[in-house]
Write a protein that binds this ligand. Structure first.
Ligand SMILES: *Cc1c(COP(=O)(O)O)cnc(C)c1O
Length: 218
């Protein structure tokens, strides 16, 4: 599906929900996609992309950014503490803040640099053992600790719902948790469910395969 098709669907979903289309940001998830496809979307004028691996982002985005300087890249996958420095060099936002050790490491580096990326705390609303994210009952204390102990400005929450469950339940839960904590950002919705996520307040939808085509791996 073309960039303009996806953007029209986003705009329509926002209007149907009584929201301003410009309040919903399309993160084009370019992981594992051939560079030619990514470049085509850049040439179409899109400037916000998502990657889920630090190493992969490091291999393509410095060059793309040199060619398209106003581009923003968000990390949407798990971040190891030993890659925090590299991540801060590469990304404008991190959607996967999910544990105190990472918060501590980020805080130290952010303080040294004097700049902080946009931060989203990932919530494991489905309580899946294999999935990253703060458990719902631990979220409020974790957010409080980010503010109080680490002086980290968190701007929103992120979720990846369990594949076998209805995503809207998880989107609604994420919104409730964000409202309760005074957070405006909601990173939720992927290729199969971004319209449902927009109906429930998504500010950032992460769309990969619907835009670029199926991934061959990853
Ligand atoms: C890959 C990925 C996406 C995009 O998934 P699609 O179904 O291809 O749109 C969104 N969010 C995260 C965290 C991902 O890893």
């Amino acid at each position: 599906m073309s960039l303009s098709d996806i953007q029209s669907r986003i705009d329509a979903a926002a209007r149907a929900a009584g929201r301003a289309p410009e309040d919903v940001h399309l993160i084009a998830v370019s992981k594992v996609q051939p560079n030619a496809r990514v470049e085509a979307v850049l040439r179409d004028g899109h400037r916000l992309f998502g990657e889920n691996r630090v190493q992969e982002a490091a291999s393509k985005w410095p060059d793309f950014r040199a060619a398209f300087p106003d581009t923003q890249v968000h990390l949407i996958g798990p971040l190891q503490t030993n890659k925090v420095k590299q991540a801060l060099d590469l990304f404008d936002a991190i959607h996967s803040l999910d544990r105190p050790k990472l918060a501590a490491r980020l805080a130290r580096e952010v303080q040294a640099r004097g700049t902080c990326p946009d931060l989203f705390v990932q919530v494991n609303t489905g309580r899946e053992a294999q999935k990253a994210g703060v458990l719902p009952e631990e979220l409020d204390a974790f957010l409080e600790s980010c503010r109080r102990d680490y002086d980290l400005p968190v701007s929103g929450l992120m979720v990846i719902p369990p594949v076998e469950e209805h995503p809207s339940l998880h989107f609604a839960l994420l919104r409730t948790m964000a409202e309760r904590n005074g957070l405006r950002g909601l990173s939720m919705g992927m290729s199969g469910d971004f319209e449902a996520a927009i109906a429930l307040g998504a500010t950032h939808v992460r769309v990969g395969s619907a835009l670029f085509g199926a991934r061959s791996a990853g």
